[in-house]
Design a protein around this ligand. Structure first.
Ligand code: SF4
Ligand code: SF4
Length: 422
Protein backbone atom coordinates (compact mmCIF):
# COMPACT_ATOMS: atom_id res chain seq x y z
CA UNK A 1 0.00 0.00 0.00
CA UNK A 2 1.57 3.38 -0.95
CA UNK A 3 2.48 5.58 2.01
CA UNK A 4 0.49 8.54 0.67
CA UNK A 5 -2.63 6.43 1.11
CA UNK A 6 -2.50 7.26 4.81
CA UNK A 7 -1.35 10.82 4.32
CA UNK A 8 -2.58 13.89 6.11
CA UNK A 9 -6.30 14.13 6.78
CA UNK A 10 -8.03 16.31 4.25
CA UNK A 11 -11.06 18.07 5.69
CA UNK A 12 -14.15 16.18 4.66
CA UNK A 13 -17.74 17.30 4.89
CA UNK A 14 -18.57 14.17 6.86
CA UNK A 15 -16.04 13.13 9.51
CA UNK A 16 -15.43 9.43 10.06
CA UNK A 17 -16.98 8.85 13.47
CA UNK A 18 -18.22 5.30 13.33
CA UNK A 19 -18.03 2.14 11.28
CA UNK A 20 -20.18 -0.95 11.49
CA UNK A 21 -18.10 -4.07 10.91
CA UNK A 22 -19.28 -7.57 10.01
CA UNK A 23 -16.23 -9.75 10.66
CA UNK A 24 -18.12 -13.03 10.12
CA UNK A 25 -20.26 -11.61 7.31
CA UNK A 26 -23.79 -13.03 7.43
CA UNK A 27 -22.76 -16.24 9.22
CA UNK A 28 -24.74 -17.00 12.34
CA UNK A 29 -25.26 -19.87 14.77
CA UNK A 30 -28.97 -19.07 15.15
CA UNK A 31 -31.67 -19.22 12.53
CA UNK A 32 -34.14 -16.53 13.54
CA UNK A 33 -37.26 -16.48 11.39
CA UNK A 34 -37.16 -12.71 10.88
CA UNK A 35 -33.42 -12.30 10.20
CA UNK A 36 -32.79 -10.15 7.12
CA UNK A 37 -29.03 -10.76 6.96
CA UNK A 38 -28.62 -14.55 6.59
CA UNK A 39 -29.59 -14.38 2.92
CA UNK A 40 -26.67 -11.99 2.25
CA UNK A 41 -24.47 -15.10 2.06
CA UNK A 42 -25.58 -15.24 -1.59
CA UNK A 43 -23.58 -12.06 -2.20
CA UNK A 44 -20.35 -13.76 -1.12
CA UNK A 45 -20.57 -17.16 -2.86
CA UNK A 46 -16.80 -17.62 -3.18
CA UNK A 47 -16.65 -19.00 0.38
CA UNK A 48 -19.11 -21.01 2.42
CA UNK A 49 -17.67 -19.68 5.65
CA UNK A 50 -17.05 -15.96 5.87
CA UNK A 51 -14.32 -14.64 8.15
CA UNK A 52 -12.36 -11.39 8.11
CA UNK A 53 -8.64 -12.03 7.69
CA UNK A 54 -6.10 -10.53 10.05
CA UNK A 55 -4.72 -8.53 7.14
CA UNK A 56 -8.13 -6.97 6.40
CA UNK A 57 -8.68 -6.29 10.09
CA UNK A 58 -5.36 -4.47 10.37
CA UNK A 59 -5.88 -2.51 7.17
CA UNK A 60 -9.38 -1.48 8.20
CA UNK A 61 -8.28 -0.44 11.68
CA UNK A 62 -5.30 1.49 10.40
CA UNK A 63 -7.52 3.42 8.00
CA UNK A 64 -10.25 4.10 10.54
CA UNK A 65 -7.77 5.38 13.11
CA UNK A 66 -5.83 7.52 10.66
CA UNK A 67 -8.90 8.99 8.96
CA UNK A 68 -10.94 9.83 12.06
CA UNK A 69 -10.51 12.63 14.53
CA UNK A 70 -10.34 12.36 18.34
CA UNK A 71 -13.12 9.80 18.85
CA UNK A 72 -14.30 6.88 16.77
CA UNK A 73 -16.52 3.89 17.40
CA UNK A 74 -16.48 0.40 15.95
CA UNK A 75 -19.77 -1.49 15.94
CA UNK A 76 -19.12 -5.22 15.64
CA UNK A 77 -22.09 -7.04 14.19
CA UNK A 78 -23.10 -9.87 11.98
CA UNK A 79 -24.28 -12.36 11.50
CA UNK A 80 -22.73 -13.28 14.78
CA UNK A 81 -19.36 -11.70 15.68
CA UNK A 82 -18.51 -14.22 18.43
CA UNK A 83 -17.96 -16.78 15.64
CA UNK A 84 -14.60 -15.05 15.12
CA UNK A 85 -13.35 -16.17 18.53
CA UNK A 86 -11.79 -13.99 21.21
CA UNK A 87 -8.35 -13.94 19.59
CA UNK A 88 -9.73 -11.94 16.64
CA UNK A 89 -11.00 -9.23 18.96
CA UNK A 90 -7.78 -9.23 20.98
CA UNK A 91 -6.05 -8.42 17.71
CA UNK A 92 -8.68 -5.79 16.93
CA UNK A 93 -7.96 -4.05 20.24
CA UNK A 94 -4.21 -4.31 19.76
CA UNK A 95 -4.52 -2.71 16.28
CA UNK A 96 -6.68 0.05 17.75
CA UNK A 97 -3.92 0.70 20.27
CA UNK A 98 -1.16 0.44 17.67
CA UNK A 99 -2.75 2.96 15.30
CA UNK A 100 -4.59 4.93 18.00
CA UNK A 101 -2.82 8.32 17.80
CA UNK A 102 -4.36 9.21 21.16
CA UNK A 103 -7.93 8.75 19.94
CA UNK A 104 -10.65 7.57 22.25
CA UNK A 105 -12.21 4.43 20.82
CA UNK A 106 -15.60 2.91 21.55
CA UNK A 107 -16.44 -0.69 20.75
CA UNK A 108 -20.04 -1.84 20.44
CA UNK A 109 -20.69 -5.55 20.16
CA UNK A 110 -23.99 -6.96 18.99
CA UNK A 111 -24.48 -10.63 19.80
CA UNK A 112 -27.08 -13.33 20.21
CA UNK A 113 -25.12 -14.39 23.29
CA UNK A 114 -24.98 -18.12 22.62
CA UNK A 115 -21.19 -18.45 22.55
CA UNK A 116 -20.53 -16.10 25.42
CA UNK A 117 -18.69 -17.73 28.31
CA UNK A 118 -16.73 -16.43 31.27
CA UNK A 119 -13.64 -15.80 29.16
CA UNK A 120 -15.65 -13.74 26.69
CA UNK A 121 -17.31 -11.82 29.49
CA UNK A 122 -13.95 -11.01 31.06
CA UNK A 123 -12.61 -9.81 27.71
CA UNK A 124 -15.67 -7.66 27.00
CA UNK A 125 -15.46 -6.11 30.44
CA UNK A 126 -11.69 -5.60 30.32
CA UNK A 127 -11.92 -3.55 27.12
CA UNK A 128 -15.25 -1.93 28.00
CA UNK A 129 -17.12 -3.23 24.98
CA UNK A 130 -20.72 -2.11 25.14
CA UNK A 131 -22.76 -5.22 24.39
CA UNK A 132 -26.09 -5.21 22.60
CA UNK A 133 -27.70 -8.54 23.41
CA UNK A 134 -30.58 -9.72 21.25
CA UNK A 135 -33.26 -10.69 23.73
CA UNK A 136 -36.87 -10.18 22.74
CA UNK A 137 -38.40 -10.60 26.20
CA UNK A 138 -39.65 -13.52 28.28
CA UNK A 139 -39.54 -17.08 26.96
CA UNK A 140 -42.80 -17.28 25.03
CA UNK A 141 -41.94 -14.04 23.22
CA UNK A 142 -38.24 -14.61 22.56
CA UNK A 143 -38.62 -18.20 21.42
CA UNK A 144 -41.42 -17.40 19.03
CA UNK A 145 -38.89 -16.54 16.30
CA UNK A 146 -35.39 -16.72 17.80
CA UNK A 147 -34.76 -20.40 17.22
CA UNK A 148 -31.59 -22.46 17.18
CA UNK A 149 -30.79 -24.41 14.03
CA UNK A 150 -32.28 -27.48 15.72
CA UNK A 151 -35.59 -25.68 15.95
CA UNK A 152 -35.29 -25.35 19.72
CA UNK A 153 -35.77 -21.97 21.36
CA UNK A 154 -32.71 -20.03 22.52
CA UNK A 155 -34.17 -18.06 25.42
CA UNK A 156 -32.94 -20.17 28.34
CA UNK A 157 -29.32 -19.96 27.15
CA UNK A 158 -29.42 -16.29 26.21
CA UNK A 159 -30.93 -15.23 29.52
CA UNK A 160 -28.15 -17.09 31.37
CA UNK A 161 -25.52 -15.43 29.17
CA UNK A 162 -26.99 -12.02 29.99
CA UNK A 163 -26.58 -12.76 33.70
CA UNK A 164 -23.08 -14.09 33.20
CA UNK A 165 -21.97 -10.93 31.39
CA UNK A 166 -23.58 -8.59 33.91
CA UNK A 167 -22.01 -10.54 36.80
CA UNK A 168 -18.62 -9.90 35.20
CA UNK A 169 -19.41 -6.18 35.01
CA UNK A 170 -20.11 -5.99 31.25
CA UNK A 171 -22.46 -3.21 30.19
CA UNK A 172 -25.32 -4.94 28.39
CA UNK A 173 -28.12 -3.33 26.41
CA UNK A 174 -31.15 -5.34 25.36
CA UNK A 175 -31.96 -5.33 21.64
CA UNK A 176 -35.62 -6.16 21.25
CA UNK A 177 -37.25 -6.91 17.92
CA UNK A 178 -40.94 -6.02 17.95
CA UNK A 179 -42.86 -8.42 15.72
CA UNK A 180 -46.47 -9.42 15.06
CA UNK A 181 -46.55 -11.46 18.28
CA UNK A 182 -44.45 -9.49 20.75
CA UNK A 183 -46.24 -6.24 19.92
CA UNK A 184 -49.05 -7.38 22.18
CA UNK A 185 -46.87 -7.44 25.29
CA UNK A 186 -45.06 -4.14 25.91
CA UNK A 187 -45.63 -4.28 29.68
CA UNK A 188 -44.39 -7.85 29.95
CA UNK A 189 -41.30 -7.20 27.84
CA UNK A 190 -40.37 -4.01 29.66
CA UNK A 191 -40.86 -5.61 33.09
CA UNK A 192 -38.85 -8.66 32.08
CA UNK A 193 -35.85 -6.63 30.99
CA UNK A 194 -36.03 -4.50 34.09
CA UNK A 195 -36.16 -7.62 36.28
CA UNK A 196 -33.02 -8.84 34.49
CA UNK A 197 -31.27 -5.55 35.26
CA UNK A 198 -31.30 -4.65 31.54
CA UNK A 199 -32.26 -1.03 31.95
CA UNK A 200 -30.85 0.03 28.57
CA UNK A 201 -33.25 -1.10 25.89
CA UNK A 202 -33.50 -0.65 22.16
CA UNK A 203 -36.69 -1.63 20.34
CA UNK A 204 -36.53 -2.43 16.63
CA UNK A 205 -39.77 -2.81 14.67
CA UNK A 206 -39.73 -5.85 12.42
CA UNK A 207 -40.59 -5.31 8.76
CA UNK A 208 -39.55 -7.71 6.04
CA UNK A 209 -41.03 -8.49 2.65
CA UNK A 210 -43.14 -11.60 2.18
CA UNK A 211 -40.86 -14.00 0.26
CA UNK A 212 -43.83 -15.12 -1.87
CA UNK A 213 -45.16 -11.63 -2.64
CA UNK A 214 -42.66 -8.82 -2.23
CA UNK A 215 -45.39 -6.18 -2.30
CA UNK A 216 -46.62 -7.45 1.07
CA UNK A 217 -45.07 -7.57 4.52
CA UNK A 218 -43.94 -10.96 5.82
CA UNK A 219 -46.36 -12.47 8.30
CA UNK A 220 -44.06 -11.84 11.28
CA UNK A 221 -43.78 -8.09 10.53
CA UNK A 222 -45.36 -5.80 13.06
CA UNK A 223 -48.61 -4.13 11.91
CA UNK A 224 -48.15 -0.33 12.02
CA UNK A 225 -51.25 0.49 14.09
CA UNK A 226 -50.25 -2.04 16.73
CA UNK A 227 -46.68 -0.78 16.76
CA UNK A 228 -47.97 2.74 17.39
CA UNK A 229 -49.91 1.51 20.38
CA UNK A 230 -46.88 -0.44 21.57
CA UNK A 231 -44.77 2.73 21.54
CA UNK A 232 -47.40 4.72 23.44
CA UNK A 233 -47.64 2.07 26.15
CA UNK A 234 -43.86 1.75 26.33
CA UNK A 235 -43.54 5.51 26.64
CA UNK A 236 -45.95 5.52 29.59
CA UNK A 237 -43.94 2.75 31.27
CA UNK A 238 -40.70 4.67 30.73
CA UNK A 239 -42.22 7.85 32.07
CA UNK A 240 -43.73 6.02 35.03
CA UNK A 241 -40.22 5.01 36.09
CA UNK A 242 -38.78 8.53 36.29
CA UNK A 243 -37.08 9.25 39.58
CA UNK A 244 -36.64 12.92 40.57
CA UNK A 245 -37.40 14.00 37.01
CA UNK A 246 -34.81 11.70 35.40
CA UNK A 247 -35.37 8.39 33.61
CA UNK A 248 -34.49 5.19 35.46
CA UNK A 249 -34.42 3.23 32.22
CA UNK A 250 -33.05 4.16 28.84
CA UNK A 251 -35.11 3.52 25.71
CA UNK A 252 -32.99 4.47 22.74
CA UNK A 253 -35.79 5.89 20.61
CA UNK A 254 -37.05 8.10 23.43
CA UNK A 255 -33.56 9.26 24.37
CA UNK A 256 -32.90 10.09 20.72
CA UNK A 257 -36.14 11.98 20.39
CA UNK A 258 -35.26 13.94 23.48
CA UNK A 259 -32.09 15.07 21.71
CA UNK A 260 -34.25 16.31 18.83
CA UNK A 261 -36.57 18.17 21.19
CA UNK A 262 -33.68 20.04 22.80
CA UNK A 263 -32.21 20.86 19.39
CA UNK A 264 -29.29 18.41 19.35
CA UNK A 265 -28.53 15.78 16.69
CA UNK A 266 -30.28 12.55 17.66
CA UNK A 267 -28.06 9.46 18.01
CA UNK A 268 -30.57 7.33 16.11
CA UNK A 269 -30.03 7.61 12.35
CA UNK A 270 -33.71 7.15 11.55
CA UNK A 271 -34.38 10.58 13.09
CA UNK A 272 -31.72 12.40 11.06
CA UNK A 273 -32.56 14.47 8.01
CA UNK A 274 -30.24 12.44 5.80
CA UNK A 275 -28.56 9.03 5.90
CA UNK A 276 -25.03 8.16 4.96
CA UNK A 277 -23.23 9.25 8.13
CA UNK A 278 -21.55 5.90 8.68
CA UNK A 279 -20.49 2.93 6.55
CA UNK A 280 -20.68 -0.85 6.84
CA UNK A 281 -17.54 -2.91 6.33
CA UNK A 282 -18.05 -6.55 5.36
CA UNK A 283 -15.66 -9.39 6.23
CA UNK A 284 -13.83 -9.11 2.86
CA UNK A 285 -13.31 -5.34 3.10
CA UNK A 286 -16.27 -4.40 0.90
CA UNK A 287 -17.89 -1.18 2.06
CA UNK A 288 -21.63 -0.48 1.90
CA UNK A 289 -23.89 2.48 2.52
CA UNK A 290 -25.89 1.08 5.44
CA UNK A 291 -26.64 -2.13 7.29
CA UNK A 292 -30.00 -2.38 5.52
CA UNK A 293 -28.54 -1.68 2.09
CA UNK A 294 -25.78 -4.26 1.83
CA UNK A 295 -26.51 -4.93 -1.80
CA UNK A 296 -24.60 -4.42 -5.06
CA UNK A 297 -26.30 -1.09 -5.81
CA UNK A 298 -24.92 0.44 -2.65
CA UNK A 299 -21.44 -1.04 -2.62
CA UNK A 300 -19.05 1.89 -2.25
CA UNK A 301 -15.83 -0.03 -2.88
CA UNK A 302 -13.29 -2.07 -0.99
CA UNK A 303 -10.78 -0.88 1.60
CA UNK A 304 -7.95 -2.34 -0.50
CA UNK A 305 -8.64 0.16 -3.28
CA UNK A 306 -10.21 3.19 -1.64
CA UNK A 307 -9.99 5.15 1.58
CA UNK A 308 -12.92 4.64 3.92
CA UNK A 309 -13.30 8.39 4.46
CA UNK A 310 -13.48 8.95 0.70
CA UNK A 311 -16.17 6.29 0.40
CA UNK A 312 -18.08 7.95 3.25
CA UNK A 313 -17.89 11.26 1.39
CA UNK A 314 -18.37 9.83 -2.10
CA UNK A 315 -21.04 11.04 -4.52
CA UNK A 316 -22.66 7.61 -4.25
CA UNK A 317 -22.91 7.74 -0.46
CA UNK A 318 -24.17 11.32 -0.59
CA UNK A 319 -26.79 10.24 -3.11
CA UNK A 320 -27.77 7.45 -0.74
CA UNK A 321 -28.01 9.97 2.09
CA UNK A 322 -30.35 12.21 0.14
CA UNK A 323 -32.89 9.44 -0.50
CA UNK A 324 -34.15 10.02 3.00
CA UNK A 325 -34.77 13.72 2.48
CA UNK A 326 -36.76 13.08 -0.70
CA UNK A 327 -40.11 13.04 1.01
CA UNK A 328 -43.58 11.80 0.23
CA UNK A 329 -46.12 14.63 -0.22
CA UNK A 330 -47.81 13.63 3.02
CA UNK A 331 -44.53 14.07 4.91
CA UNK A 332 -43.94 17.48 3.36
CA UNK A 333 -47.05 18.85 5.02
CA UNK A 334 -46.83 16.80 8.21
CA UNK A 335 -46.49 18.55 11.56
CA UNK A 336 -44.22 15.76 12.81
CA UNK A 337 -41.67 16.05 10.02
CA UNK A 338 -39.03 17.90 12.11
CA UNK A 339 -38.98 14.90 14.48
CA UNK A 340 -39.83 12.00 12.19
CA UNK A 341 -37.95 13.00 9.02
CA UNK A 342 -40.08 10.47 7.14
CA UNK A 343 -38.50 7.50 8.96
CA UNK A 344 -35.95 5.00 7.66
CA UNK A 345 -35.97 4.65 3.85
CA UNK A 346 -35.93 0.86 4.13
CA UNK A 347 -39.40 1.11 5.64
CA UNK A 348 -40.66 3.21 2.73
CA UNK A 349 -40.36 0.40 0.21
CA UNK A 350 -43.52 -1.36 1.24
CA UNK A 351 -46.21 1.19 1.68
CA UNK A 352 -48.69 0.44 -1.07
CA UNK A 353 -51.17 1.93 -1.80
CA UNK A 354 -49.30 5.11 -0.81
CA UNK A 355 -45.91 4.35 -2.37
CA UNK A 356 -42.94 6.05 -0.78
CA UNK A 357 -44.68 6.79 2.50
CA UNK A 358 -43.19 5.03 5.50
CA UNK A 359 -44.92 1.79 6.44
CA UNK A 360 -44.78 2.93 10.07
CA UNK A 361 -46.31 6.35 9.40
CA UNK A 362 -49.49 5.48 11.36
CA UNK A 363 -47.27 4.32 14.26
CA UNK A 364 -45.31 7.59 14.26
CA UNK A 365 -48.41 9.76 14.11
CA UNK A 366 -50.06 7.92 16.99
CA UNK A 367 -46.90 8.03 19.08
CA UNK A 368 -46.00 11.68 18.48
CA UNK A 369 -49.57 12.75 19.27
CA UNK A 370 -49.36 10.77 22.48
CA UNK A 371 -45.91 11.88 23.64
CA UNK A 372 -45.35 15.34 22.19
CA UNK A 373 -46.67 17.38 25.08
CA UNK A 374 -44.60 15.50 27.65
CA UNK A 375 -41.47 15.65 25.52
CA UNK A 376 -41.93 19.40 25.20
CA UNK A 377 -42.29 19.71 28.91
CA UNK A 378 -39.13 17.62 29.51
CA UNK A 379 -37.19 19.66 26.98
CA UNK A 380 -38.24 22.95 28.63
CA UNK A 381 -37.34 21.54 32.02
CA UNK A 382 -33.94 20.36 30.75
CA UNK A 383 -33.18 23.77 29.25
CA UNK A 384 -34.16 25.42 32.53
CA UNK A 385 -31.83 23.06 34.42
CA UNK A 386 -29.03 23.71 31.93
CA UNK A 387 -29.41 27.43 32.53
CA UNK A 388 -29.32 26.81 36.30
CA UNK A 389 -26.27 24.57 35.97
CA UNK A 390 -24.37 27.13 33.98
CA UNK A 391 -25.01 29.71 36.69
CA UNK A 392 -24.46 27.18 39.51
CA UNK A 393 -21.78 24.57 38.70
CA UNK A 394 -22.46 22.74 41.98
CA UNK A 395 -25.98 21.75 40.97
CA UNK A 396 -26.46 17.99 40.82
CA UNK A 397 -29.72 17.94 38.91
CA UNK A 398 -29.71 15.61 35.92
CA UNK A 399 -31.60 16.16 32.67
CA UNK A 400 -33.78 13.35 31.36
CA UNK A 401 -31.39 11.85 28.86
CA UNK A 402 -30.15 8.24 28.83
CA UNK A 403 -27.06 7.70 30.97
CA UNK A 404 -25.40 5.67 28.28
CA UNK A 405 -26.18 8.06 25.43
CA UNK A 406 -23.75 10.54 23.93
CA UNK A 407 -23.74 13.63 26.07
CA UNK A 408 -25.96 16.37 24.66
CA UNK A 409 -23.15 18.89 25.22
CA UNK A 410 -21.41 17.38 22.19
CA UNK A 411 -18.25 16.23 23.99
CA UNK A 412 -18.40 12.77 22.39
CA UNK A 413 -18.41 11.13 25.84
CA UNK A 414 -21.26 9.17 27.31
CA UNK A 415 -23.69 11.36 29.22
CA UNK A 416 -23.01 9.58 32.53
CA UNK A 417 -19.31 10.29 32.17
CA UNK A 418 -19.78 13.92 31.21
CA UNK A 419 -22.53 16.39 32.17
CA UNK A 420 -24.40 13.53 33.86
CA UNK A 421 -21.77 13.58 36.59
CA UNK A 422 -22.36 17.21 37.49
S1 SF4 B 1 -31.39 3.70 5.65
FE1 SF4 B 1 -32.34 3.61 7.70
S2 SF4 B 1 -30.87 2.46 8.97
FE2 SF4 B 1 -29.79 3.11 7.09
S3 SF4 B 1 -28.81 5.06 7.68
FE3 SF4 B 1 -30.81 5.55 6.76
S4 SF4 B 1 -32.23 5.71 8.48
FE4 SF4 B 1 -30.40 4.66 9.21
S1 SF4 C 1 -45.47 10.90 10.60
FE1 SF4 C 1 -45.81 9.99 8.57
S2 SF4 C 1 -46.34 11.74 7.24
FE2 SF4 C 1 -45.39 12.55 9.11
S3 SF4 C 1 -43.23 12.79 8.59
FE3 SF4 C 1 -43.48 10.77 9.58
S4 SF4 C 1 -43.79 9.31 7.91
FE4 SF4 C 1 -44.13 11.37 7.09
Amino acid sequence: MPKAFYGTIRKHAKPLQSVLVKPAGPDCNLGCTYCFYLEKAEMFPENKIHRMSEETLEEMTRQVMSQSEHHVSFGWQGGEPTLMGISFFEKAVSFQQKYGRGHTVGNGFQTNGLLIDKEWAKFLNKYKFLVGLSLDGPEHIHDRYRKQRSGEGSWAKVKDKARLMMDEGVEVNALVVVNDYSVRFPEEIYAFHKSMGLTFQQYIPCLEKDPKDSSKPASFSVPPEQYGEFLCRLFDLWLGDFVDGAPATSIRLFDSLFHSYVGLPPPECTLLKECGVYVVIEHNGDVYACDFFVDPEWKLGNIRDKKIIDMLNSAQQNRFGRIKSTLHSECQKCRWLPLCRGGCPKDRLLSAPSRGLNYFCPSFKAFFSHADERFRWMADEWKRQQAMMSSSPQSNKQPPVGRNDPCPCGSGLKYKKCCGRL
